[in-house]
Write a protein that binds this ligand. Structure first.
Ligand code: PR8
Length: 466
């Protein structure tokens, strides 16, 4: 791919995903086509979460004293909070923060709701906009100041074991979500200096973008009892004692849409997985004057059949050249195109064009529904396999710093390396080769640390990151 950054900006505009000309840095407008894509991605997410979470909606504003109650948490966010200081012309007695995330909005309410162990576990989520005054370079969908699609789940439990189990459950849910979107990921435990402010530890999902940099696409945090102690979230145990609860939270954002676009896209534009494509099938009539009416009628019949079978279909009957329609829908990533002309009608055949492989397939109209269903599944699988293969090819192992530095310089991507786990050593690795340590996976005792040479404790990963 040419220059990824340029490609990404252009495609967002050309495919009408978002308009980034809104006059506030880091805040963008979702256009109807992009909004549909976002809607379908959220439907998948809601279906997964609704199995055992309840959706809620909390206010956008958080009073100053509430936001500042948890000192580590507020320290982590203080540079990023937008403040409301006035109501009309009146200066407010108490400043109000635009939520950067909702722990401090929700947890005082949890303290009112939770009385007994019978109120637990509590598992809720909301999908809202949050605001972070990002100081790093902003990029549409990737680093924004208004995160328009912030899914945050918050859970409360009786014991640390249950919170640990919920962390594992959240990882399973996110795996299912990203697998449905055919987005590959690596899962690591973030180093302590990069964990969520106020958490015991953070598990993160990262994916690899085409320019060799990784993007954090979801995080799962074990909050332990830090917030329950600050916000007095206590419950009565079966034996009548009062104990502080254990909490987790996990979230993802607009970056999910960014990764659908970036991971699957190619030089002709988007390649949307059928699960989220606003239109899964585009019908293009190939019209010659004399048979126009007959062809249009056939197109409408096919459209109706496919819609009845549950597919999202668009009949593109605009009065422009078919070639231009092909170009446009390829760029917008529609997974499948059907071309119907008079010759095909006579043979009871139609021509399908796959967006992922650009293959053309001729099929009989008889079992159209089943054939198309099979092909759409195959498109999903092809996109998934391609994306995983591409990412795995770009995970390389380094046993010394020089090697790691060279790989980063020449190829970027993700590097796996043995690490002692020491904070000072980790930060020095980050500084020496100007990368981020994504985190650790399993124990790896046999080799020596890439930097200090001491016995390694973990297999760790590093990369240039967004
Ligand atoms: C939490 N609290 O907040 P987190 N633009 C786009 N996406 C972003 C941005 C940004 N500026 N900043 C973060 N993200 C916890 C969990 C409730 C839910 C995305 O966690 O601060 C990142 O993908 O880690 C991140 O993983 C996710 O939001 C959650 O944010």
């Amino acid at each position: 791919m040419i220059d990824f950054s340029e490609w990404f900006h252009n495609i967002l505009e050309e495919a009408e995903i978002i308009d980034s000309r809104y006059p506030i840095k880091g805040m963008n407008v979702w256009l109807p086509y992009g909004f549909q894509l976002r809607k379908h991605a959220l439907e998948i997410l809601r279906n997964i979460l609704d199995r055992d979470h309840q959706e809620t909606l909390f206010p956008l504003l958080i009073p100053e004293d509430q936001l500042e109650k948890e000192s580590v948490h507020v320290k982590g966010f203080e540079d990023e909070v937008y403040w409301i200081t006035h109501g009309g012309l009146t200066r407010l007695n108490k400043k109000l923060a635009l939520r950067p995330t909702s722990e401090t909005a929700m947890y005082p309410m949890f303290s009112l709701w939770i009385r007994s162990h019978t109120d637990l576990p509590l598992k809720i989520y909301q999908i809202v906009n949050t605001f972070r005054y990002e100081t790093k370079h902003t990029r549409p969908l990737i680093r924004v100041r208004e995160i328009t699609t912030f899914k945050e789940a918050h859970t409360v439990h009786e014991t640390m074991e249950e919170a640990e189990e919920q962390v594992q459950e959240a990882i399973r849910l996110y795996k299912e979500f990203f697998d449905t979107l055919s987005i590959p990921y690596i899962i690591t435990k973030r180093p302590p200096w990069d964990k969520f402010p106020g958490s015991d530890y953070t598990i993160a999902f990262d994916t690899l973008l085409p320019d060799g940099k990784t993007l954090q696409i979801a995080t799962v945090h074990n909050l332990g009892q830090t917030f329950s102690k600050t916000f007095d979230i206590k419950f009565e145990t079966p034996t009548g004692e009062h104990e502080y609860a254990y909490q987790t939270c996990y979230g993802l954002s607009d970056r999910v849409i960014a990764s659908i676009i970036a991971v699957h896209g190619d030089e002709s534009g988007l390649r949307l997985p059928p699960e989220v494509a606003p239109y899964q099938i585009i019908i293009v009539p190939i019209i010659f004057k004399e048979e126009a009416e007959e062809v249009m009628k056939a197109c409408e019949r096919i459209k109706k059949r496919l819609e009845d079978a549950g597919f999202r279909v668009k009949l593109d009957d605009r009065d422009i050249r078919a070639g231009r329609k092909y170009y446009e829908w390829e760029m917008k990533g529609a997974p499948l195109r059907i071309e119907i002309g008079p010759r095909d009608l006579k043979k009871n055949m139609i021509v399908l064009a796959r967006r992922d492989t650009k293959e053309k397939i001729e099929i009989k109209t008889e079992n159209l529904e089943e054939e198309i269903d099979k092909i759409l599944h195959d498109i999903t699988n092809t996109l998934r396999e391609e994306a995983w293969t591409k990412m795995q090819k770009n995970i390389r192992t380094a046993t010394n710093l020089k090697e790691a530095k060279e790989i980063i310089k020449e190829k970027k991507g993700i590097i796996s390396f043995p690490w002692c786990g020491d904070e000072e050593c980790g930060k020095s690795i980050e500084e020496k080769i100007r990368v981020d340590i994504l985190g650790i996976t399993e124990a790896e005792k046999k080799s020596s640390c890439i930097n200090c040479g001491k016995e390694a404790e973990y297999k760790a990963f590093l990369a240039k990151t967004y």
